[in-house]
Design a protein around this ligand. Structure first.
Ligand SMILES: NC(=O)c1ccc[n+]([C@@H]2O[C@H](COP(=O)([O-])OP(=O)(O)OC[C@H]3O[C@@H](n4cnc5c(N)ncnc54)[C@H](O)[C@@H]3O)[C@@H](O)[C@H]2O)c1
Length: 491
């Protein structure tokens, strides 16, 4: 088991079973009370949430506002008492009844006393596994943020627990749902460029958003798996899903050369420092994050530091950072497709370009995103107007642009579409099969986990050695690799 100490009992104990059964009874009782008071039983789905930081606000708003008719929040859990109380106050401000709060060590008690059907996991990445596994052992389904977890051992433990308990895991891959990315899937499915043989994919993080990963828990691999896992899980998931394919081998190089103490000096600073809030050189440094000035950052982090010493604004040039800022990866897929991918965290613009090279032509898709810093009130991953394009280059014929499917809001408009699928009781059939379970969650992290191994060893890593026998996720059918290909015109 890889669960944290306070969650480390294997399986459901007799005591817990009795307690759980008793709570199930209590849940029924609560339903009966609602029945007595209103004449109708409370049919709303019961959610508990662990990890009340920045990302959790999207789920809280969906449950307290957009889907309040169908959903209720029965408990909050976190290591930080201050953030728990803040989440409780914000729930009240959204018109909800008082949500009971629980310290992380009381996670089991929260489940027993509040009887949720689904546990939402939005803690820092390396702690997801403990909550996912324990929630399933206690009889709940799970909705977890990406990355599902950060290394192969934890991944194997989650898959084994899911098999053992038969519970459901949803990994919330919001990027799949943004309209232009769904459109790319639609075009590839249509066979417009034939079957895809190779992919060139480059993701750029700029020096605002990119720098932000070097300020906090993400900057240590033990917490996040590095950007190869924390960030690239989105990108590798998109490719797996776009291609309807699973990664087989990975070879990679990674280094940190920008967010370093040496760079602080090259930028004219005397030295790196501990954090922006107390930095003697903050007026000279344009990488400064003033968390006092921003209301959301202040109340979520600065005001809660006294509980856990979590500084949100640590110096991005600290020597103790151990994640990479420059990464190049080569991947082979089970469909025969090969991909070259890069991720750089110090770019001049934010976004990505991806090219699919097919038997009938090439699809080029570029997206520029607006700058965002998580938790500062900016819209994360919002697309720049006119910054997204899809162009088709048929072999030996004129290239043309495709009108873009549009969406508004966070993560290219993906968050809202995904929330509707997660929380609305009526779910229309989805021909793109965007919902993902633990198989998709595992497939998306294994490329990055393999890349982390390859950074260290220089070797090509076989995915099957990390998680043997991983079942293929459900993906839509794609153009066939053996169908006849039309002879291109003379051109
Ligand atoms: N899908 C997306 O686009 C997206 C965007 C942002 C973040 N995320 C994911 O959401 C998760 C949360 O990220 P965030 O930006 O909100 O971080 P955050 O630091 O703002 O919040 C994390 C919360 O988890 C709590 N926590 C830490 N360790 C814990 C433990 N052991 N037990 C219980 N609680 C614990 C912290 O106190 C904090 O309240 C991460 O997994 C991140 O990868 C996803």
């Amino acid at each position: 088991m890889t669960t944290p100490a306070h969650l480390s009992e294997g399986g459901i104990s007799r005591r817990n079973f009795i307690a759980t059964t008793a709570v199930a009874g209590a849940g029924l009782l609560a339903g009966a009370t609602a029945l007595a008071q209103t004449g109708t039983p409370d049919q709303r789905k019961r959610y508990a949430l662990v990890g009340t930081g920045s990302r959790s606000s999207m789920y809280r708003k969906a449950i307290f506002q957009t889907y309040a008719e169908h959903c209720q929040m029965v408990g909050f859990c976190d290591v930080n008492e201050g953030r728990l109380k803040l989440a409780q106050r914000k729930a009240k401000a959204m018109g909800a009844a008082e949500v009971p709060i629980f310290a992380a060590k009381d996670f089991d008690r929260m489940i027993r006393e509040t009887n949720p059907e689904i546990v939402i996991v939005t803690t820092k990445d390396a702690t997801h596994d403990g909550y996912i596994i324990r929630a399933m052992e206690l009889g709940c389904d799970v909705m977890t943020e990406k990355p599902m977890t950060t290394d192969e051992k934890k991944c194997r433990a989650i898959l084994a627990a899911q098999q053992r308990t038969g519970r459901k895991i949803i990994v919330t891959f919001n990027y799949r749902y943004s309209p232009p990315r769904t459109q790319v899937k639609d075009l590839l499915m249509s066979g417009i460029i034939g079957d895809v043989l190779s992919v060139d994919f480059h993701w750029m993080l700029d020096t605002h958003h990119g720098a932000d990963y070097f300020r906090r828990w993400h900057s240590h691999k033990a917490n996040s798996g590095g950007l190869m896992v924390h960030k690239a899980t989105h990108h590798f998931d998109l490719v797996n899903w776009w291609l309807s394919a699973s990664p087989v081998t990975v070879q990679a190089n990674g280094k940190r050369e920008f967010y370093t103490p040496q760079m602080a000096k090259r930028l004219g600073l005397q030295s790196h420092h501990e954090r922006c809030h107390t930095c003697p050189e903050s007026s000279k440094c344009t990488f400064v994050l003033d968390i006092e000035k921003n209301r959301e950052l202040k109340e979520l982090y600065l005001d809660q530091e006294k509980y856990d010493g979590y500084f949100r604004d640590r110096c991005v040039f600290r020597p103790d950072i151990d994640i990479e800022d420059t990464m190049n990866v080569i991947v082979k897929y089970d469909t025969g497709v090969t991909m070259s991918y890069s991720l750089n965290a110090f770019n001049a613009w934010e976004g990505y370009s991806i090219c699919f090279n097919g038997t009938k032509g090439r699809l080029e898709h570029v997206t520029q995103e607006k700058v965002s810093v998580n938790g500062d009130g900016s819209v994360p991953g919002a697309l720049k107007d006119e910054g997204t394009s899809i162009r088709i280059y048929p072999i030996r014929a004129a290239a043309y642009s495709v009108p873009i499917w549009t969406g508004k809001g966070a993560h290219g408009g993906g968050d809202d579409v995904m929330l509707a699928e997660l929380f609305s009781p009526t779910k229309p059939a989805d021909k793109y099969q965007r919902a993902s379970d633990q198989r998709g969650g595992a497939a998306s992290i294994l490329t990055g986990i393999a890349a982390n191994h390859s950074f260290r060893t220089g070797e090509t890593v076989q995915i099957a050695t990390l998680v043997p026998g991983l079942k293929r996720p459900d993906y839509p059918a794609m153009p066939n690799h053996t169908d006849p290909v039309p002879m291109p015109p003379l051109g």
